[in-house]
Design a protein around this ligand. Structure first.
Ligand SMILES: Cc1cc2nc3c(=O)[nH]c(=O)nc-3n(C[C@H](O)[C@H](O)[C@H](O)COP(=O)(O)OP(=O)(O)OC[C@H]3O[C@@H](n4cnc5c(N)ncnc54)[C@H](O)[C@@H]3O)c2cc1C
Length: 498
């Protein structure tokens, strides 16, 4: 999708910087809540969804903690803490409700263009891991948000659930698996294009691709002055906005720093890149239908948990394994090697040095990953697919994730693996930093933006927000009946019955 229209005014209500899933979600939400506001989106690449939101640049998991073991840490007393898993699942239910609204309102014609049911499984081996998985299963399956989860240590059952993983596996290994049929694969790139397609079709909305935002400053007139370069014409212009959302993914940190808001001080970023092995053999792809998540290696960042992943991209089944972490100083896949050095300033240097000092296991893990040979990558894959042959798999580079580094009074600086909305006190500008759980939680994260930036409008928007997200203002985790009702409703609306 490329830009076809131009702004007639140099002043708009809302500027969205970046054409990824986050800007798209916020733009569509605002369009529902305030149809009269003018919204301009600027994206520096040829099309929307070409960075992290592109289907091949992420794993497409609808993260709802059904299979990701990093959301259920084991405590010192051996018990399993499910609080993070419950929060991640609840967040995904909000995204499901938002997408269901779009389908029911006719804004998205066919949900199968971006979301497909794919079973989510956790797979472990060894006595200690099996014990952990069993405890995790007992804790989660009793919770309404995780209803229907199954557990097995029986090889015959596992072979039925994941034949490719069980083929030619050494007999006598202690194995355990959980399965949930409520899992999904999401093509966030297709979703982003659908959302921008709708947004661009509404009045007072313009989408400018090949437009690079160079600077964001607060003018004396109280408006944000957004300096934009048209990369086709090589011209610059200023667009003024009442509200700016910096949804530029890995590019968000530098624009946030340029905004000069006090909330941006002391914040730094640490990029972790990802690679996958992609299966080239259609016979093998056809033998697997699940997202199978394992346990992370020691020192691995939470988002580097290995998984064997059925993908559905443009109606075609695909199979990925990874991610293998990498290191690059780029903050975006199409970014510059100078991104990391340029992001360091007097305000965040101390925090960044403290993080480098305190995160030796992560550093060691990244060095190991970067140094990995093809044989080592294949051996990691063979833990999931014992029969894997190098000629059936190719290495592909995925997107960049920039983890947040923040000042910490005790440690000097801490590395955070979550997502954070940083907003000015007057709510006139907000940026999204971090990328985990990521695109899955775009809708709840954008509800946070609304709360932080449009608190005075919320009473007026309340009824509409409840129409878009029926659980808005309530907690599903405490309400088994509502949780079941909305899961069934969204399953139907999103055509998630297999
Ligand atoms: C390897 C990997 C695996 C992942 N797996 C999952 C997963 O399984 N499930 C999940 O939910 N999430 C996953 N994620 C995270 C998810 O991809 C991101 O959270 C999400 O795509 C971020 O969306 P965004 O809109 O913030 O950023 P992006 O999609 O990166 O969009 C930002 C846009 O801003 C543009 N831009 C940047 N700077 C400027 C500028 N100055 N001017 C104009 N435009 C600019 C960029 O070109 C880009 O198009 C994964 C990420 C990675 C890297």
């Amino acid at each position: 999708m490329s830009s076809t229209t131009t702004d007639t005014a140099s002043s708009v209500d809302v500027v969205l910087i970046g054409g990824g899933v986050m800007s798209a979600t916020l733009g569509v939400l605002l369009r529902q809540l305030q149809p009269d506001w003018s919204i301009s989106t600027f994206e520096r690449l040829d099309n929307v969804a070409e960075e992290s939101s592109d289907a091949w640049n992420n794993a497409g998991t609808g993260h709802s903690a059904l299979c990701e073991l990093n959301y259920t840490p084991q405590q010192a007393d051996g018990s399993v803490d499910i609080s993070k898993a419950v929060a991640v699942n609840e967040a995904f239910q909000i995204s499901r409700q938002f997408w269901s609204y779009l389908v029911e309102a006719g804004l998205i014609a066919n949900p199968r263009d971006f979301i497909t049911p794919v079973p989510h499984m956790s797979f472990v081996w060894g006595e200690a891991n099996t014990e952990f998985l069993r405890k995790r299963y007992e804790a989660l399956s009793a919770h309404p948000l995780f209803e229907g989860m199954e557990y097995s240590e029986d090889p015959a059952q596992m072979a039925q659930w994941m034949p490719l993983v069980m083929q030619n596996r050494t007999a006598g290994q202690k194995l355990a698996v959980t399965r949930s049929l409520n899992g999904t694969d999401v093509n966030y790139g297709a979703l982003t294009s659908l959302l921008f397609g709708y947004l661009a079709s509404t009045p007072a909305s313009t989408l400018h691709t090949k437009h690079d935002v160079l600077d964001v400053t607060k003018g004396k007139d109280g408006l944000w002055h957004v300096l934009v370069q048209d990369l086709r014409l090589n011209t610059q212009r200023m667009v003024k906005a009442r509200f700016v959302f910096i949804g530029s993914g890995g590019g968000a940190l530098s624009l946030l720093q340029k905004s000069g808001i006090p909330e941006s001080r002391g914040v730094g970023g640490f990029p972790v890149s990802g690679q996958f092995l992609r299966c080239k053999n259609p016979d093998i792809i056809a033998q697997h239908h699940a997202k199978v998540y394992g346990k992370a290696s020691v020192g691995a960042p939470p988002m580097s948990v290995p998984h064997l992943d059925t993908r559905v991209i443009n109606g075609q089944r695909a199979l990925l394994f990874g991610p293998y972490a990498g290191f690059s100083t780029r903050f975006l896949k199409h970014g510059s090697l100078m991104d990391l050095p340029k992001s360091v300033n007097g305000g965040n240097l101390g925090a960044m040095l403290a993080v480098a000092r305190d995160n030796w296991p992560l550093t060691k893990y990244l060095i190991q990953q970067v140094m990995q040979s093809n044989d080592e990558r294949m051996n990691a894959l063979r833990e999931f697919v014992p029969d894997a042959k190098p000629e059936d798999w190719e290495l592909v580079t995925a997107g960049q994730r920039v983890q947040i580094i923040k000042k910490d009074p005790k440690k000097g600086g801490v590395l955070q693996f979550g997502t954070e909305v940083v907003a000015s006190q007057d709510g006139s500008i907000a940026a999204l930093l971090g990328a985990s759980p990521g695109a899955s939680t775009a809708a709840p994260i954008m509800l946070t933006v609304l709360k932080k930036c449009f608190a005075d409008k919320l009473p007026e928007w309340d009824a509409k927000l409840k129409a878009i997200v029926p659980s808005y203002g309530q907690t599903l985790a405490n309400n088994a009946a509502l949780s079941k009702e909305l899961r069934e409703k969204t399953t139907q609306a999103l055509k998630l019955q297999d």
